[in-house]
Write a new protein. Structure first.
Length: 393
């Protein structure tokens, strides 16, 4: 299939979203979709937190989160998804329970106070269901051993290859929801640090919300607590990022308070190559040289033909091209051992690893395989199997 044909398919033109055959009000009629204050939640069985604008389905014994837009933002708890028996069939499901909003915030505070005042907030990207994103969030918690609560923000991605345009539309529709939630989270005096991890299309949801949280902060100290921002395979226009971020999210006063952005990018990222074909311009998460003269100049100097965002104080780019994994290379931070090790360190506010190789640009590093471990166990190191975190990472 031609690149244009692939791009048209990915745009979602062939499979438009439909309302469905069930009234949305019927999905949420059960009281479990609006839990009263004090409704019990087993925090040990459901250790992770979520916030969602997805429509829940409370008609059966197990609550599910659908691909439709919900009538409001909801809060809840979840555990890592697993194979479960549903109607006599084995299905991959996420154990979850919705929770009263005030109770949810109280539980989050208790967990935050019990730890170090740190919170990890994960914002997923395109082609995701709640099961796939909860799997990734649980993997991050397991892989990093994060010393605080992990929150997944789940917007109504359709979970289908041919519905990129629908996902993009829903992501933009959700900007206000996520902005308001992030502002509420960052305003809490008991939240000392928020680590934001945004994957793929989620970067376009996260960055404007961070800027709004800065601008509208109600914290008495006005210092802010969103300090560590990680953009994994970000599906955002590279030039737009360069133009807008330097004077906004990475404004000098934010850099002075310790804010930084780490971008994981790969030239082997096939998903972002298609996104580039759809949008016409290179994405931040792919070091593709849009300007052929720039590529020629790099080649003449004997350098790899890879182009990156301009140097901005507080910005670090990690090029994972040489250690890419998977069929698309779009989730190296969850699949490639060198990338996972680097990600673990960045989460922990450590910013040096032996696998990082300097480049001709001071803010760009290439990741290479560890010579002492040329064929690492990616699944174990990345925590893709329960209990499989590398003790040396």
């Amino acid at each position: 299939m031609s690149a244009l044909g692939t791009a048209l398919l990915l745009s979602g033109c062939i499979t438009p979203v439909k309302y469905g055959e069930i009234r949305h009000t019927d999905y949420v009629a059960d009281p479990r979709c609006a839990p009263p204050p004090g409704a019990p939640i087993d925090g040990e069985a459901l250790p992770l937190f979520f916030v969602t604008s997805r429509l829940p389905d409370c008609r059966s014994a197990d609550v599910r989160l659908l691909v439709h837009r919900g009538d409001r933002v909801r809060h809840g708890r979840f555990a890592a998804p697993r194979d479960m028996e549903v109607g006599g069939k084995t299905k991959f499901r996420t154990p979850l329970a919705l929770q009263n909003e005030a109770d949810w915030w109280q539980a989050l505070q208790a967990e935050t106070d019990r730890r170090q005042g740190r919170v990890l907030l994960y914002v997923h990207g395109y082609r995701e269901t709640f099961e796939t994103t909860s799997k990734d969030a649980a993997q991050m918690a397991r892989m990093t051993g994060f010393d605080g609560p992990v929150i997944e923000y789940s917007w109504p991605s359709q979970g289908e290859v041919l519905k990129y345009a629908v996902d993009e539309t829903n992501m933009y529709h959700d900007v206000r929801n996520f902005r308001d939630f992030l502002r509420d989270l960052s305003d809490k005096p008991w939240v000392k640090e928020i680590v934001v991890v945004a994957h793929s299309l989620g970067a376009r949801l996260a960055l404007p919300a961070i800027a709004a949280a800065d601008r509208l902060s109600r914290r008495a100290d006005r210092t802010g607590n969103i300090s560590n921002i990680i953009l994994a395979s970000p599906d955002i226009d590279r030039e737009t990022f360069e133009r807008d971020i330097a004077g906004d999210v990475l404004a000098p006063e934010r850099i002075a308070l310790g804010r930084r952005i780490t971008v994981y990018a790969s030239l082997s990222d096939r998903a972002l190559a298609v996104s580039r074909a759809v949008h016409g311009y290179p994405r931040l998460g792919s070091p593709y040289c849009f300007n052929p003269f720039e590529a020629a100049a790099l080649k003449e100097k004997g350098l790899p033909e890879r182009c990156y965002p301009i140097a901005i104080p507080g910005l670090t780019v990690i090029d994972t091209t040489d250690v890419s994994r998977g069929s698309t290379g779009h989730s190296n931070f969850l699949r490639s051992a060198p990338a996972c090790r680097d990600f673990i360190d960045v989460i922990a506010n450590r910013h040096q690893r032996p696998e990082r190789v300097t480049t001709h640009l001071s803010h760009v590093f290439r990741l290479v395989a560890d010579p002492a471990d040329p064929k690492p166990d990616d699944d174990r190191i990345c925590g893709r199997t329960p209990g499989g975190v590398d003790p040396e990472a």
